[in-house]
Each structure stands twice: as C-alpha cells, then as structure tokens.
Design a binder for this molecule. Structure first.
Ligand code: NAP
Length: 282
C-alpha cells in the first residue's frame, strides 16, 4: 500500500513534501535500490548533494523506480569547493548535477554551506538566474546563519524557500527558527534522528511506547508537528523506509511535544565543520 506524504506551502509557492529521503552516505547499489524503492512506495521527496558523490546512483534509482520526474521533489546542493560559488562556476556545477542525476531540472538547488571567499552579492544573483533559466524550480541555502540569510535576501529577486540545517530534539535552533518563520522560509531538518542518538533516549522511547511507534517516528513526528518544517531522514535500509514515512501520521499530544522540547542541549549539535561552519545563532 502506498502512503502519501502531505505537503506544505512556502512563501515561494514551493510545495515541498514534508518527509524526504536523505541520501548522505548512501552509496553504490544500496543507494540505487533505496531511492527506487522509496519512490515506488510513495516517497515524493529525495535529497542529495554533489558532495555525497552519489548523484549518478540517485539518478539511476529514479530511473529504475519508473516514477515520472514530475511526481516527486528532487533537491541537490552545490558545495563551495574549487570556488564553485563564483557565478560561472556555479552554473557549470548545476549543469553537472543535472547530467549526473540524468534530469532536466531539480526542484530545489541549495548552496550547501556559506563561503566567505565569494560575496553573496555575486553568488545569489547567479543562483536566481539558474531558477529563471529553468535548471531549478526553487532556490535555497543550507547551514546559513541569520546574518548569512539577511545578506542573501538583499541580493535575491526570487524567494529563498529553505534553509536546510541540523535539527532534532537535542539541538537548539530557536533564534534561527523564529527568524525563518518571520521571513516565510522553511526550516528543512537534516540529521532529524540525531544520526541515531534519538534511539536510546528514555523520554522519546517512552513516548514511542505510548504510540506503539519507534523513537525514529517520534522524533520525526515532533519535528513535523511544526508546519514550518520539513525533514529528510536518511536510510540505506529499505526496511526502515516505510516506518519513517509513516511518522507523518503520528500526532503527539501537547504534553509529549513539550517533554521532547525540553531535551535540547547547548552541546546537542552533531555536525560541525570548524573550517567552514558559520557562527551558529543558538
Ligand atoms: P539521520 O537521518 O538523523 O540518521 C541517519 C541514521 O539513522 C543512519 O544511521 C540510519 O541507518 C539510521 N536510521 C534511519 N531510519 C532508521 C530507522 N527507522 N530505524 C533505525 N535506524 C534508522 O542523519 P543524516 O544522514 O545526518 O541526515 C539525514 C539527511 O540530511 C542526510 O542523508 C542528507 O541528505 C541530509 N544532510 C544534510 C546536511 C547538510 O549539510 N545540508 C548535513 C547532514 C545531513 P540505516 O541507513 O541503516 O537505516
């Protein structure tokens, strides 16, 4: 039985299915198979990136699924190595992604991390141009702090619809979330299972038991309880696909949401890249 995820609308009119399949560290034939199976079972959203080195496998999985390209939302990201955020290089990088994914367009193209070496006054107009030229339907950013987004918005003449950042019960993102809400930008939660840390948390496990659910589902349901968020859990295990998708059907009580909301810690961040991480807001 196929389970449809529901959609939310952003200020940019992008209809983004709330639960996507993350593919970081999905490699080789496992990646092909999990992407193909996900699309066949009703996933409508796949997240990849040039830096994951798997765009060809994601493209092959899409092909093997037999699901038409306009039936799902596809995101990729351009990583700022080799000065790729310079306008000419940005376009070449986007074209390379489309070639590797074997598609004419992506639905969302993200700048993967901020890059101090190229001013956003140059990169953002070039990114907007890629949308106007049809290489991507929408544009967004990832791992941007509030100051980065304020600067990006100054140079954008199409909406920035998403900031993809780490988000799960253990991380504080309050200031960023408030800022994004005020500017009609979705918070797209990466590492929504805290890369596995949610599985043995006692509070989450107890709530999961109440719902006859798994801790993974409870973490996802908590994230998605806020209509300004989407989540992209990664799995390479086809047996985990359905359960993660079914998290969209779980409704947590106000008390359960509050209990999970209290788990955030100042040292709860899982992903740090000291060489290029911005100054985080929370
Ligand atoms: P995650 O989704 O929080 O956790 C993935 C881990 O959870 C994997 O070990 C996976 O193992 C396991 N898992 C998934 N579903 C499960 C289930 N139902 N039961 C048990 N284990 C389960 O971590 P993530 O990969 O860091 O984040 C998700 C996605 O976000 C990435 O794949 C990527 O697309 C994106 N991301 C973006 C950035 C960025 O800089 N923009 C950074 C990090 C991640 P199995 O594969 O064995 O299921």
């Amino acid at each position: 039985m196929s389970t449809k995820s529901y959609t939310i609308r952003t200020a940019g009119q992008a209809n983004i299915p709330v639960l996507g399949l993350g593919t970081w560290q999905s490699t080789g034939n496992d990646c092909v198979e999990v992407v193909s199976k996900a699309l066949q079972m009703g996933y409508e959203h796949i997240d990849t990136a040039q830096a994951y080195g798997n765009e060809k496998q994601v493209g092959e999985g899409i092909k093997q699924s037999g699901v038409a390209r306009d039936k799902f939302f596809l995101t990729t990201k351009i990583f700022p190595d080799d000065m790729k955020f310079e306008p000419e290089k940005l376009k070449a990088a986007a074209e390379q992604s489309l070639k590797d994914l074997d598609t004419d367009y992506v639905d969302l193209l993200l700048l993967h991390w901020p890059d101090d070496r190229v001013p956003l006054s140059e990169t953002i107009p070039a990114l907007c141009e890629l949308q106007k030229q049809g290489l991507t339907r929408h544009i967004g950013v990832s791992n941007f702090n509030i100051a980065n987004i304020v600067e990006a918005k100054k140079h954008a003449d199409v909406p920035i619809v998403v900031n993809q950042v780490e988000f799960h019960p253990f991380i504080k993102q309050d200031s960023l979330q408030t800022f994004l809400n005020n500017h009609h930008i979705l918070l797209e939660a990466y590492s929504p299972l805290a890369r596995g840390d949610v599985f043995d948390n006692e509070v989450i496990q107890k709530i999961a038991d109440n719902h006859n659910a798994t801790p993974a589902q409870v973490s996802l349901a908590w994230i998605l309880s806020d209509k300004d968020r989407v989540a992209i859990p990664k799995t390479s295990n086809p047996e985990h696909l359905q359960g993660n998708l079914d998290a969209t059907k779980i409704e947590l009580s106000a008390d359960e949401l509050e209990q999970i909301g209290k788990l955030a810690r100042s040292d709860g961040r899982k992903i740090e890249h000291p060489d290029y991480s911005p100054q985080w807001d929370d």
